[in-house]
Write a protein that binds this ligand. Sequence first.
Ligand code: SF4
Length: 900
Amino acid sequence: MNAPVTLPAVRTTCPYCGVGCGVLARADGFGGATVQGDPDHPANFGKLCSKGSALGETLSLDGRLLHPMMRDSHGILLRTSWDAALDKVASGFNQTLEKYGPESIAFYVSGQLLTEDYYVANKLMKGFLGSANIDTNSRLCMASSVAGHKRAFGSDTVPGSYEDLDQADLLILTGSNSAWCHPVLHQRMLRNKETRGAKIVVIDPRQTSTTDDADLILQIAPGTDSFLFSGLLVHLAATNCVDRTYVSTSTAGYAEALARARHIAPDADAVAHHCGIPVAQVQTFFDWFCRTERTVTLYSQGVNQSAQGTDKVNAIIKCHLATGRIGRAGMGPFSLTGQPNAMGGREVGGLANQLAAHMGFAEADLDRVQRFWDAPAMAQTEGLKAVDMFEAIDSGRIKALWIMATNPAVSLPRANAVRAALAKLDLLVVSDVLERTDTTLAGAHVLLPAAAWGEKDGTVTNSERRISRQRAFLDAPGEAKSDWWIVAQVGQRLGFKDAFNYPNVVSVFDEHARLSAFENNGTRDFDIGGLAGLPAAAFDALPPSQWPFKASETAGIERLFADGQFFTNDRRASFIAVAPPRLAESPTTSFPLLLNTGRVRDHWHTMTRTGKSARLSAHVEEPYLEICPVDAVSYGLSDGGFARVMSVHGNATVRVIVRESVKQGTVFSPMHWSAETCSDGRIGALVQPATDPVSGQPELKATPVSVAPHVFAQHGFYLARGEAAPPKAAWWCKVTVEGGTGYRLALTSAATAMTDLAANCFKGTGLAEFTDETHGIYRAMVVQNGRLEACLFLSSDGQALPNWEWLKSNLADPVLEPDTHRALLSGRAVEGASQGGPIVCACFAVGKTTIEGAVRSGACATVDDIGAHLKAGTNCGSCRPEIRKLIACIAANAAFEPAQ
Ligand code: SF4
C-alpha cells in the first residue's frame, strides 16, 4: 500500500443542520478524509458537534448507488447507461404530461440539495413543465416559519444574525431542543449565559437536554404555545411595555391582534390553566420578557411542526413587534432551520407555494420570472404541498414523480400509506446516494446515482441567511453526478437545450443571483445581485456571506428591519390575529396518549449518513418510547421492555424508557429508524396527516396513540464482521459497530426460533456453540485465524447475555486473546476488561460506565472535572447535560445510601 498522501484542507460546510458550520476537510488520498471545524467560519468559529466531528467516518462507499439503474420488462432493476436512464426520465415525464397534463407530474426534493440543484429543478418544473408540483422535505421543517414571516413581514426574512445570540440578555427557546439539534449554537448561547449572564427560558412539553441549561422551564401542554404568547401580548399591553411609537409608525393590525389575544388568554391565570403550568412560572416569564429589551426568541420544530404552526410563529413575532424588539442587536424572533439548506431552497422557490427568488404567483411576479427564464410554460398557480402531493399520488392524480435526496417513505406522516402510494406511480424516479432506502425500494423505475457531501460543489444557506460554499474534496465514485447536472440533462432532453445548457455550477449560481436582482429595486428582501457575475475563481473562493448582498454593496447585511420598514405593501409589519389554539386530533379512549416525534443527538434524518459511523450509532442504538412513570404503570410498560405503539395510521414496536421528565399523557419517540435499520421502528407510520392550513406543514408533534407491553420470548445480540443482512428474528435493530454490523434482537418463541435464527446467521464453518434449551440460552461464535467473525447470543430473560459494549469491542479487536475466546463461549466478559458502557461523549468515545466510575472513585465531581480527566464534554459540549445528569444521579443515590 502506498503511503497516505497529505492533501490541502478544503473549506466546506457541514451537511447536517441549519447552523451551517464551516468545516476543514482534508482528503487522505484513499477515499476518506479527516475533518475539523473551520476557525474562520462565522457560524461556528472552529466548533463542530458530534455529528459534524464524525463526518470523516461517513464517507465509505458501502451501500452507495454507483450507476444508473432502470427496471426491465420483468420488473428487475438493472444497471444501465446515463443516456438510457436520462432518456427514460425525459420521455416518461413528457408522455405523462401529454397524456394527463401538468398536474399529473411532481418533484419531491430536499433541504439536503445544494441551492444550485434546487434552482435547476425548480426552474424546470415551474417554467418549462408548467406545474408548480415541486415541494420539498423542508415542508416538514420550517414551512410554518416561512408562512409566519410572510404574513408578518411581507417576506420570508429571518431578521437577525447569530451575533444576536451573543448579545442578548434573555434567550427564549420555544419548541427547540437546541442542545441536541443545533448543538454549536446552543453552546454559543451557553457561553453568553456564562460570560454575560444571559438568562435562558425553555418552553417545551418535553424536558430535554436543552431544559437542563434553562433558568426557567415552562413545560407547557402540547399545542398551547399560542396561549402563552397571546397572554404575553396582553400582559405587555397591560403593563405599559408596548413601544407605542414603533407600533404606530411601523406596524398595522395591533388593535385587532390584541383583542384576539385578550379573547384567547386574558391573563396569567388563564395562560397557566390552558398551558398546564403554575401561574408563578407564567408571571416570571412575562416579567423577564417585559424588562429585558435584548430578548431573542428562537423557535424550531416544536413550533413549526404543528397544525397551527403558522399562528404559533405569528404569536411569537407579534410580541417582538409590540416591543419594537426586532432588527436591532441582541433581539428579535429567530427561526432555527433544521435542514442544512432549507434556507437555500426557500431562496430559489423550492416550495410549491413559492415561485422563485422570494417571488410568488402574483401576475407581476409570474410575468417577471417568465421573461427572465424565457419560459414557455409557466405554472400559473401554487402546486401541491408535500402531504397533499402524496395524497394525490395515492389517488392516482399524480402519475410521475421524481424524488431527489430524501426518503419520504420514512419521514412523511402515514409513512406506510406513502410507501404504498409510491408503488402506484406510472413512473417513479429516485436520485439518491444510496441504493437501498425505504424510498428506492418502494417501486422506483429509475435510480439515478447522485454525488454525496464531499463530492459536490455549490452553495448552502444557513439559518442566519449566510451563504456558504460546499466544496468537493473527493472524486465522485462510480458514475455519480451532481443533482443540478442530472436535472439539466433531463431539461435538455425535453427540448429546452438553451435554458438548461449550464457548463458548470458557477453558471447556475450566477443565474440565480441575477434573478434575485432582476427588477428588484428594493421591493424584495432576497437580492444577491452583488454576487452575480463572479468568475469561477471568485466563486470558488467565495467567503461565507449573508444576504441581502446587493450589487451596490460590498458585503451582505447582518440585520434587516432596523429602519422599521418591511416588505408589505404599506411597508408596515402586520400583527396577525391568531386562532385560538386547539389540537388537530385530541386523545380518545382508544388512543389516550399524545405522541411527540423528534430526533436524537447523534443521528440525522433517516440515518443514511450518520448510521455509517459506529461512534454516532453508539449513543442511541434502538428506537424507543419515552413515557412517564405514572403512565408506564397505567399501561403495564416497564423500563427496558418493549412497547407496541399504535395509532389509527400504523404501529411500531420499540424499547421503553421510563422518564420522570415526560409530561403525563404524552410520549416521545424518535423518527430516524427505517425498514432498513429496524424491523418495526418506523415511527412516521403512526403520524397523523393533519397540516397547518396556511403553511401545509404537518402536525408531527401530537398524534393520539395507544401503547401496550409487547413481550418477546428471547432477547439477544448478533454481531458479524463487515456488512451483514438482518437475521430472521421477530424484531431486530441494526447498529453499525467498529469492524462490522451489530443487531439487537428479540424472538417470539424460544426453541424453534433460536435454532432457525442460528441456521440463518451461520452458514460457514468453524462454529462453536452452546445450547441450554431449558433456560433458553444459546451462544455461538465463529472465529477464523484468531479473529471473531460472527457471534450470536440469546437468552430468555435477557439477564444471561454478555455485556453488549464488551461484545462489540471484540469485533473491533484484530485478534482474540485466549481468555477472551473462552469468555465469549461462557457468555461473560473477561474480568477487568474495559467496559465503557453506552457512549455518552461521541466526540471522544467516552462511555457511561467510565464516567460513572470516575465520579464514584471521587476523582470527578463536576462536568469540568470529567472533561479534565476523560476529555468528555470538551469538544462540542452536547453531552455535557448528560454528564451533569449522571453526576447528579450518583450524588442523589449516595444521599440515600446508609452510612458505613
Ligand atoms: Fe453540523 Fe453540528 Fe454544526 Fe449542525 S451544529 S452544522 S450538525 S457541526
